[in-house]
Ligand binder design. Structure first.
Ligand code: BGC
Length: 564
C-alpha cells in the first residue's frame, strides 16, 4: 500500500490530519516533449512534492478519455490514457511514492462516463427499455423530459439520434452531452464501480476523491424546476447513503485505512450525513474555498464546519484552491475578493489583468490563508502551483481554450483553463522546464513567470514556496497544527469580542498540552501581536522592534504562548 511516512500521528487514521497535494496530471511535468504532463513527469516530481512536507498526493483523472472535459469523461476506468503513459508507469509512480512515504489518492468519476465508454455505446446500440439502456438515464418523450440545465450550460438532455426523430429517447447529462449520467438506482452500476475500486485498491492506492459525489441520485420523476436546476435528493432517505455504505465496505476490505474524500457543494449539515461512520470519510470544504476574504464570513464558515464534522466524529478537510476555481492570489486580490458559483465565475471579459495593488493584496491574503489552512484542526489540500502563488491566467486567447464551460456558454464564460496552466519549474522563458525544451505546452504559459518558478523561489527566503515549506515543516513538528483543539480568543461571530470584527484569533492546544495562537488581521489598523514566541509571520517582521509594529492588514501570525 502506498504511503505511511512514519510521522508520529495523533488521533486516529492518517487521513484525519493529512496534507494532500493535488496533482493535475496534464500540468505538473511533461517527460516526453508532448507539451502535456504525464505520469512519468509526476514520478520525476515526487522528490519535490515530498520535500514540501505533505503526506499524500491526489491525482486528477489520467484514464483513457476523449478529453472533452480534461479527463472527467472516462472511457475506460481501469487503464491509463496513452497521453499520460501506461499502467506500468502508474505502478512505478505508486511504488516510488510509497518509498518516499507518500500515499496516492486517485479520482473516481462515478456520476457519468464518457459517451465513448463501451457501456454507453452498448446502450446506444440496444433498444429502448433494454438492460443496456437501464445503466444510464434514457427517457422516452417527444420533447426533452424536463427543463433542467446542465452545469456547463445548455440543456441537460440530448436526443439519442439527432437524425432520426422517430427515435424518441433522450439521455440525461448533468454536465456535457459527452458525459451521460449513470443510473445509480440500477444495482449493476454499483457492482461495476465496486470492481473499479478493487482494481485500483489492489494496485496500492490509499483512497479516492469522489467526483460530483452527491449527485449520483436524481429525482427520476424529472419534475420541471423554476430555476432549471436539477433535483438531487441528499437527505437521510436518499439512496445515495446506501451507495456510500457499499463503497465504504469495499474500502474496509483492505488494510491500511483506505479512504474516500467527497467532492460536494452541499451545506455542512447535509455533508455531515454523508460522513457518518459507516459512510464516507471526508468531504472537501468547498464552502470555505468560496468564502470571501471577510473575517465574519470566514469565522462562520470555520465554526459551522468544525461543528458539523464533530457531530459525526470526523475532521474538516480545508481547501482554498483546486482545478475548478480561480487561483487564490487572484481571487483574494479583487475588490469584492469573493468567489462565485460552483462553476467558477470568470472575471469580466477575461481580458483584464489585475493592477499591481490588487496583485500585492491578493498575495498577502493568500499567504495569510496558507497559515489558516495549515493550522486549523483537520486535513488540508494544496493544489499544485498554490505553493508558488501562481495567479489565474485570465488572458488566454479563445483559440487555446479547452474547457467545455467556454464552448457550452458560447464564450460568455471563459471557464477554468486559467487555473490549469503548466507548472513553471526553472529558467527564463516558457516552457520553464515543464517540458524538455522546446515544446508548445497544451496551454501557453505567460512570458512573465520567470520570477514564479520553483528554481527562483527556492533561492528567495521570503518566497511563497518557502512560506509553504516553513508552515508544512512546522506542522510536522507541532501537533497543535492540524491536530490541536481550537478555542476562540476573538472572532466577529462572538458578540463579546472587542476587535471591531476585524480579527480572527484562536488558540490551538496539542494533545500534549502545548498551546499555539493564530491571529489574522482583516482590518486596516495594525493589531498587537499576541504574547509569546513568533513561529511564523506572513509579513516581513522587522528584527528587534517587530513586535511593537504589530500584525498589519491582511497579515497572519503564529505564536507559541508562554505556557506552550
Ligand atoms: C470536477 C470538474 C469536472 C466535473 C464533471 C467536477 O466536479 O472537479 O473538473 O468538470 O466534475 O466531471
Amino acid at each position: 500500500m502506498s504511503g505511511g511516512n512514519g510521522k508520529v500521528r495523533v488521533g486516529g487514521p492518517w487521513w484525519r490530519t493529512a496534507v494532500t497535494y493535488q496533482v493535475y496530471p496534464r500540468s505538473l511535468r511533461d517527460s516526453t516533449g508532448s507539451g502535456i504532463g504525464d505520469l512519468n513527469g509526476i514520478t520525476e516530481s515526487l522528490e519535490y512534492i515530498r520535500s514540501l512536507g505533505v503526506d499524500a498526493i491526489w491525482l486528477s483523472p489520467f484514464y483513457p478519455s476523449p478529453q472533452v472535459d480534461a479527463g472527467y469523461d472516462v472511457s475506460d476506468y481501469t487503464d491509463v490514457d496513452p497521453l499520460f503513459g501506461t499502467l506500468e508507469d502508474f505502478d512505478r509512480l505508486v511504488t516510488t511514492a510509497d518509498k518516499m512515504g507518500l500515499r496516492v489518492i486517485i479520482d473516481l468519476v462515478p456520476n457519468h462516463s464518457s459517451d465513448q465508454h463501451p457501456l454507453f455505446q452498448a446502450a446506444l446500440a440496444a433498444p429502448a427499455g433494454s438492460p443496456e439502456r437501464s445503466l444510464y438515464h434514457f427517457v422516452s418523450e417527444d420533447e426533452p423530459p424536463n427543463n433542467w440545465r446542465s452545469v456547463f450550460g445548455g440543456p441537460s438532455w440530448t436526443r439519442v439520434d439527432q437524425n432520426d426523430l422517430t427515435e424518441s429517447q433522450w439521455y440525461y447529462h448533468l454536465f456535457a452531452p459527452e458525459q451521460p449520467d449513470f443510473n445509480w438506482e440500477n444495482p449493476a452500476v454499483l457492482e461495476f464501480f465496486k470492481g473499479v475500486l478493487r482494481f485500483w485498491l489492489d494496485r496500492g492506492v490509499a483512497g479516492f476523491r469522489i467526483d460530483v459525489s452527491d449527485a449520483l441520485i436524481k429525482d427520476t420523476e424529472w419534475p420541471d424546476t423554476p430555476d432549471h436546476s436539477p433535483v438531487i435528493p441528499k437527505d437521510e432517505s436518499s439512496p445515495v447513503h446506501r451507495i456510500y455504505r457499499h463503497l465504504r465496505a469495499v474500502l474496509d476490505e483492505y488494510p491500511g485505512d483506505r479512504m474516500a474524500v467527497l467532492e460536494t457543494g452541499a451545506p455542512d449539515s447535509t455533508v455531515a450525513l454523508f460522513l457518518r461512520p459507516d459512510e464516507m470519510h471526508q468531504a472537501f470544504n468547498l464552502r470555505f474555498l468560496k468564502t470571501p476574504w471577510n473575517a465574519r464570513a470566514l469565522a462562520k464558515s470555520i465554526i459551522d464546519s468544525l461543528a458539523a464534522a464533530k457531530q459525526v466524529g470526523t475532521t474538516v478537510t480545508w481547501v482554498s484552491e483546486n482545478h475548478d476555481n480561480t487561483r487564490s492570489v487572484s481571487r483574494y486580490g479583487t475588490d469584492e475578493a469573493a468567489v462565485g458559483e460552483y462553476v467558477p465565475e470568470v472575471t469580466g471579459s477575461g481580458r483584464t489583468k489585475p493592477d499591481a495593488g490588487q496583485r500585492l493584496r491578493g498575495e498577502r491574503r493568500a499567504r495569510a490563508m496558507a497559515l489558516l489552512l495549515l493550522s486549523l484542526p483537520g486535513s488540508a489540500y494544496i493544489y499544485q502551483g498554490q505553493e508558488l502563488g501562481l495567479p489565474q491566467v485570465d488572458d488566454l486567447p479563445d483559440e487555446v481554450l479547452t474547457d467545455p464551460v467556454f464552448f457550452r456558454s458560447k464564450g460568455t464564460q471563459r471557464g477554468r483553463d486559467g487555473c490549469r496552466i503548466p507548472l513553471p519549474w526553472r529558467g527564463e522563458e516558457p516552457p520553464y522546464g515543464f517540458s524538455p525544451e522546446p515544446a508548445a505546452t497544451w496551454l501557453p504559459q505567460p512570458d512573465d513567470w520567470a520570477s514564479l518558478t520553483v528554481e527562483t523561489q527556492n533561492s528567495e527566503a521570503a518566497s511563497m514556496l518557502n512560506w509553504y515549506r516553513l508552515l508544512l515543516n512546522l506542522r510536522e513538528k507541532e501537533p497543535a497544527l492540524g491536530s490541536g483543539i481550537l478555542a476562540w480568543i476573538s472572532n466577529p461571530e462572538d458578540p463579546s469580542q472587542k476587535t471591531e470584527g476585524n480579527v480572527l484569533h484562536f488558540s490551538l492546544t496539542s494533545p500534549h498540552g502545548r498551546t499555539l495562537e493564530v491571529l489574522v488581521n482583516f482590518g486596516t489598523k495594525n493589531f498587537p501581536i499576541p504574547a509569546g514566541k513568533v513561529l511564523a509571520a506572513s509579513f516581513p517582521l522587522p528584527e528587534g522592534d517587530g513586535k511593537s509594529v504589530g500584525v498589519p492588514e491582511d497579515g497572519a501570525i503564529l505564536v507559541a504562548t508562554e505556557n506552550g
